[in-house]
Design a protein around this ligand. Structure first.
Ligand code: FES
Length: 96
């Protein structure tokens, strides 16, 4: 792999954020999470692959924590808020 290809691969990596749009998460504050894309700080724009999903099935087990739920690069985030997800996105970007 050339330096150019390696550089391009690293530049294209985005933090994957999956927000639960299920009913329970929605009622427990998850509706605010639908605004995450619009509320991303300028330095994070273009660095996040944001998707919504129906119930992620975390709400079916008490041990999973409290809704609303999201997943950031495969890590479950409970009691998710826009602020918390932005912090988690920054944590993921620092790992790269
Ligand atoms: S409604 Fe969000 S995990 Fe079930």
């Amino acid at each position: 792999m050339s330096k150019f290809n390696l550089y391009n691969t690293e530049m294209e990596k985005k933090v994957e954020v999956l927000v639960c749009y299920g009913t329970l998460c929605h009622l427990m504050g998850g509706s605010d999470l639908q605004l995450l894309g619009e509320l991303l700080p300028l330095d994070l724009q273009g660095k996040v692959d944001l998707k919504g999903a129906p119930c992620l099935n975390f709400c079916n087990e008490v041990d999973n924590g409290k809704p609303p739920f999201a997943v950031v690069n495969g890590r479950k985030i409970e009691q998710a808020t826009v602020k918390k997800l932005i912090q988690e996105i920054r944590v993921e970007l620092e790992k790269k």
